[in-house]
Design a protein around this ligand. Structure first.
Ligand code: ZN
Length: 275
């Protein structure tokens, strides 16, 4: 276990080269480098068109480890029809490209609110509504717990334990996307990975935590450049039977977004060998 990841088992989350490449270029890049999977963001998918993208991905023989992202349930302070409809579209897009899951960034506090419990309730209500549709088209919903520093503005579900409590209540068709950037610090993570189990382990995202971190959103590191025990976490998810793609998702304004994307992909592969 944890003896390195072949390129064919890596997946490129398109955020990693979002400043440089369109989705079509990402698909070509994966094919050229032998990267087996891709995980598009919705803006890039919509730009290309889901039908075109689905065909190009199929033709390239690449798997789809996820679609990023649905969610944002809290922004209006209520579960509005617009929020429900947008998530329904996200589910349909995920189905069209054959994504292994739809990744959910659930939303932070509603504007002007200090009521975190209300935000949690909105998220659960919204997920339940999205699930009704997702189950009919067999798209698994993956809650991505985010690091607590994003509770105010991005996601108020911040631990794997909290995400799994919601999954327990919501039933079939929902699990978690575990991103090492968001979970590595959690003293309960080993127990929670065991609790997750294979069926609810829908995605595994990697990058690294840089010390110091210069920006809360856009200063993620390439695997091996920071302090996360990525190989250790990978061994734990694989012990549960996870055999999906190892998805590389790096937001890096000052470094990787400025580089030649072919160099970024080559580095991903090189570092994949040591995680
Ligand atoms: Zn992620």
């Amino acid at each position: 276990m944890a003896t390195g990841v072949e390129a064919s088992r890596l997946s490129l989350n398109t955020a990693t080269v979002r400043e440089q490449w369109s989705l079509a270029q990402c698909i070509d890049g994966c094919a050229r480098h032998g990267i087996g999977g891709i995980s598009p963001w919705r803006d890039k998918l919509q730009e290309m068109g889901a039908t075109n993208a689905a065909k190009a991905i199929r033709d390239a023989g690449i798997g789809v480890s996820g679609l990023c992202r649905g969610g944002w349930y809290t922004e209006e302070g209520a579960i509005t029809q617009a929020v429900i409809d947008d998530n329904r579209r996200a589910v349909d897009e995920a189905a069209e490209i054959g994504a292994a899951c739809l990744v959910m960034v659930v939303g932070g506090l509603p504007r002007g609110s200090r009521d975190i419990n209300h935000a949690h309730a909105l998220v659960e209500e919204g997920l339940a509504k999205t699930l009704e549709h997702a189950r009919t088209v067999n798209v698994p919903i993956a809650i991505e717990p985010l690091h607590p520093m994003y509770a105010g503005d991005r996601a108020c579900v911040n631990t794997t334990g909290h995400a799994l409590d919601m999954c327990d209540r919501l039933g079939d068709g929902i699990g978690v996307a575990l991103d090492v950037y968001h979970i590595w610090w959690d003293p309960e993570i080993s127990a929670q990975i065991e609790r997750t189990g294979k069926k609810r382990l829908l995605a595994f995202h990697v990058c690294d935590w840089l010390v110091p971190t210069r920006d809360l959103l856009t200063d993620r590191g390439m695997m091996g450049d920071g302090v996360i025990d990525i190989a250790g976490l990978r061994a734990q998810v694989e012990k549960q039977g996870f055999d999906g793609y190892i998805e590389v998702e790096i937001f890096s304004q000052e470094n990787w977004w400025k580089r030649d994307p072919d160099e970024v992909l080559a580095t991903m592969i090189e570092r994949g060998a040591v995680i």
